[in-house]
Design a protein around this ligand. Structure first.
Ligand code: 9MR
Length: 476
């Protein structure tokens, strides 16, 4: 089974200090914004796990797959997997043909109005690490991410494991990370290469308005350094260096940082340090943690004791994520870079609804893990939809011309209240799925610009400054 045992263009932040529902404390919500200044509510997938070991680094995902995803789930966002091994196959040589292939995919998303976050993915450091296979059980490459030339296991063993996450604590893998973070003192060059690889990526996409964010490292692991020693130490250092490298070529895109995965994905507080954005103007650093409650990852459903434990995780996870976004990163927007589960587990639909509700309250974007076919994804290999398609295909405001004060969406009702910003001339866009929408549209404080049946977007515009409320219910 798949599962993670423990790991689980011109834009600016719009911020609003609002009482968050379900809590008495004022939470700061902030959003990535588009070129027009609108607050973006991002909903989409990770695409895709299949890119990890593909020789050309591309996901097994066609433009037709995107057309189907867009039509059936109304997504507007993707966390697109890229890899250091593909960007920098040899030290200091950046593969422009690889970046061409990424850019071609970005073009598919651009055509449909999506925003793209590029995710420098890794699992278990590198595909160059092979497990010992003396028993001849067919162990292949165990991870993905770093190029072979940047992989130093120093001859330490890596024995075959039953679960992929357990490779993280194999001696050879631990050493590869210790060399990367230069904990061994032997490889100060590796983090520098990594930051420069990011500069090469940012150079390519600096003027591309569809690519709004760079997710600096998937699910960081500190090897023999853990929690504060790791997060406040070399991890924050790598983030700062990569941010600086990106800013030497790209002033506008967001830089996304994530905590140590193990533990923090399950609700343990992070000790990540402050990452400063050297750009002129406001900071464009976003916080992009993952969420993988342990009971679900171990294969249990969202019911009974597992549900109780998962609910506790959700509360501690959210408090810890908001604390870092607000207090450490200075009110950074949040994107849940990954969460996902086997959709055939009991209670899966309730868990999905729960996470999207939390995300809405947090003002967070979401990229579900993942679009790959299978029981975790929206479609089975034969194309049959799983429960994800219906569960994710809800109405939501995509781009709001002001502060999204509150919104909610059920199968039978969309409500949005926002405080218009008179400096923003572009309209507010609301996605409405099929199943009777738009039915009745009630707008107070603004005018409907249009209902576009093709894109399923309702657009409204306000010339006034008072709060606008939009309520839409489907036809019976
Ligand atoms: O679902 C993925 C599984 O099929 C792979 O074997 C594994 C290792 O590459 O990665 C899984 O995806 C994980 C992702 O890379 C990082 N976050 C947790 C995901 C689910 O376990």
């Amino acid at each position: 089974m798949t599962g993670s045992l423990l790991l689980g263009g011109g834009i600016a932040a719009a911020q609003s200090s609002l009482p968050s529902s379900g809590s008495n404390t004022a939470a700061t919500r902030s959003y990535l914004t588009d070129d027009a200044g609108r607050s973006l509510i991002l909903r989409g997938f990770n695409t895709a796990s299949s890119a990890k070991s593909a020789p050309d680094g591309m996901p097994d995902f066609t433009e037709a797959d995107l057309v189907r995803e867009h039509a059936e789930m109304g997504t507007n966002f993707v966390r697109f997997l890229i890899s250091w091994r593909s960007v920098e196959p040899e030290p200091g040589r950046y593969d422009q043909a690889y970046l061409d292939r990424v850019e071609e995919r970005v073009g598919w998303y651009a055509e449909r109005g999506y925003k793209v976050m590029l995710d420098m993915h890794q699992d278990v450091y590198s595909g160059a690490i092979m497990a010992d296979d003396t028993a001849g059980t067919g162990a292949g490459p165990i991870g993905n991410g770093a190029p072979a030339w940047a992989t130093y296991t120093d001859g330490l063993p890596v024995e075959k494991q039953d679960r992929w996450e357990l490779y993280y604590i194999q001696p050879g893998v631990m050493r590869a990370f210790d060399n990367f973070w230069n904990t061994t003192g032997k490889h100060p060059e590796l983090m520098e290469h990594y930051a420069n690889a990011w500069r090469a990526v940012a150079e390519r996409f600096a003027d591309n308005d569809t690519v709004v964010a760079y997710d600096l490292m998937n699910e960081p692991w500190g090897g023999s350094l853990q929690f504060e020693e790791f997060e406040a130490g070399p991890l924050t250092d790598l983030y700062q260096r990569s941010t600086n490298a990106i800013r030497s070529v790209d002033q506008d895109s967001w830089v996304c940082v994530a905590p140590q995965a193990v533990g923090v994905n399950q609700g343990i507080p992070s000790r990540l340090g402050k990452v400063s954005d050297p750009r002129a103007g406001e900071q464009r650093i976003a916080y992009c943690p993952h969420l993988y409650p342990l009971p679900l990852d171990l294969g249990d459903g969202y019911s009974g004791v597992s549900k109780t434990l998962t609910d506790v995780t959700m509360r501690t996870w959210r408090a810890s994520i908001e604390q870092v976004a607000n207090d450490v990163l200075g009110g950074a927007p949040i994107i849940i870079g990954e969460f996902g589960l086997d959709t055939t587990l009991p209670g899966a639909r309730d868990f999905l609804d729960r996470v999207y509700t939390e995300a809405r309250e947090m003002g967070a974007g979401v990229s579900y893990w993942s679009s790959d076919p299978g029981t975790w994804g929206p479609y089975m290999p034969d194309g049959t939809p799983t429960i994800l398609v219906e569960t994710l295909n809800k109405a939501y405001p995509r781009a709001v011309a002001g502060d999204p004060v509150s919104w909610s969406a059920a199968a039978d009702r969309l409500e949005l209240t926002f405080r218009p910003d008179s400096a923003i001339t572009a309209p507010t866009e609301i996605y409405l799925p099929q199943s009777g929408f738009p039915g009745d549209v009630d707008v107070e404080g603004a005018d409907v610009v249009e209902w576009d049946r093709q894109s399923r977007l309702l657009t409204v515009r306000s010339a006034a400054t008072g709060d606008v409320t939009v309520t839409v219910t489907p036809a019976a």
